[in-house]
Design a binder for this molecule. Structure first.
Ligand SMILES: NC(=O)c1ccc[n+]([C@@H]2O[C@H](COP(=O)([O-])OP(=O)(O)OC[C@H]3O[C@@H](n4cnc5c(N)ncnc54)[C@H](OP(=O)(O)O)[C@@H]3O)[C@@H](O)[C@H]2O)c1
Length: 338
């Protein structure tokens, strides 16, 4: 017998990938329900290659009898409806940042901290981490086991799909408009995104960092190790899908590059594609549609006693969002929680 699964935000960039991935990985679902706002009522969305689902409204949906809900409707909506679903006995896997740092809500990357899932019954909610955090902790985990990560300095190159469907349209429209000599009008982003890069993702905080940068620091501590210090600069770039990170890591112990390569190669969900002499390294466009986190340009940083730099690329809509959420659902099934 399969499960009843609801996808909340099914018309969005992440929700569409959730439906794709549930179908691709043949999640054991007897019924899948697509939910979105009132304005999408009755719309058809694709589920797998040959099925469509008719969108229902989240507000009117009764979660009684639904086993799992994958939420990505934005933080303010999750804040209201995730606890409502959870109270009806449905396990919520939430993609927004709303519940991530609450102590009684597990924040899970299945390859990195699967054990954290155990506490989910407190609230019936499990949080999916930030997209850039997920791909960074995937690359850090095998290295942390080898030599203990002390400090990370990261600069991100984040694609516009990380800000949703309308943000992707804005990059397209601005790019096309500039060739037609139209002046770009920023709406989804604080400045022009076409032919530009923007060192602001989410709002600024009192200390001058952005909320996205803060999320990378605090979520890494919660998932991997509270002792790890992270200094992040998060940048939006005019790429449609695929986030890249330039990561510099300082370790507690000596680390050998060959051992680091081996550890990354052996780690489930990470693929090392790194042969610069033969032009082998990965760019965001090459990661689209992939499940794996791709690591390239691994090299020693000789400016500190034990340091290493690397380039980490992943499909932000997949491992950075929808795939990780579906993997959490798979973990719940495997461990007999449902
Ligand atoms: N994109 C990423 O890489 C990524 C990664 C991790 C986490 N997230 C998080 O996931 C969330 C959604 O991201 P997205 O990129 O998919 O955004 P999006 O493309 O803008 O989609 C938003 C979705 O939320 C739905 N929605 C909006 N208001 C609603 C309401 N009142 N009731 C029910 N559904 C409502 C929309 O439905 P309508 O079409 O009916 O408006 C749409 O399906 C955000 O919180 C984001 O931070 C995104």
């Amino acid at each position: 017998m399969g499960y009843k699964v609801a996808v909340v935000g099914a018309t969005g960039a992440v929700g569409a990938e959730m439906l794709n991935i549930l179908a691709e990985r043949r999640f054991p679902a007897d019924e899948v329900v697509a939910l979105a706002s009132r304005s999408s009522l009755g719309r058809e969305v694709s589920f797998g290659d040959d099925r469509t689902l008719t969108v229902q409204t989240l507000e009117d949906f009764d979660f009684e009898g639904t086993d799992i809900a994958l939420f990505s409707p934005g933080g303010a909506i999750s804040k209201v409806h995730a606890p409502r679903a959870a109270a009806a006995g449905c396990v919520v896997i939430d993609n927004t940042s709303h519940f991530r740092m609450e102590p009684d809500v597990p924040l899970v990357v299945p390859e990195v901290n699967p054990g954290a899932i155990a506490g989910f019954r407190e609230r019936n909610i499990i949080a999916n981490p930030n997209c850039s955090t997920i791909q960074m902790v995937m690359a850090l985990k095998p290295l942390h086991e080898l030599a203990i990560v002390k400090r990370v300095v990261v600069a991100t190159y984040q694609s516009v799909s990380g800000a949703g469907r309308e943000a992707m349209d804005e990059l397209f429209d601005q790019t096309k408009g500039i060739y037609e000599t139209k002046l770009p009008e920023p709406k989804q982003f604080p400045k022009q995104i076409a032919f530009n890069v923007i060192p602001q993702i989410d709002v600024f905080m009192e200390d001058g960092s952005t909320r996205e940068e803060w999320k990378m620091a605090v979520e890494t501590k919660k998932i991997l190790d509270p002792a790890i210090e992270v200094s992040a600069t998060c940048v939006r770039v005019p790429v449609f899908v695929g986030h890249a990170l330039a990561v510099n890591v300082e370790f507690e112990h000596e680390i050998d590059v060959d051992d680091a390569r081996e550890a990354l190669q052996e780690f489930e969900g990470v693929l090392l594609l790194d042969d610069p002499a033969n032009g082998e390294y990965v760019t965001p466009i090459e990661c689209v549609g992939e499940f794996a986190v791709l690591v390239s340009r691994l090299r020693r940083d000789t400016t500190v006693p034990s340091g290493m730099s690397m380039w980490v690329v992943a499909d932000n809509l997949r491992k950075g969002a929808a795939l990780n959420a579906v993997q959490i659902a798979e973990l719940l099934v495997q461990e007999g929680h449902l």
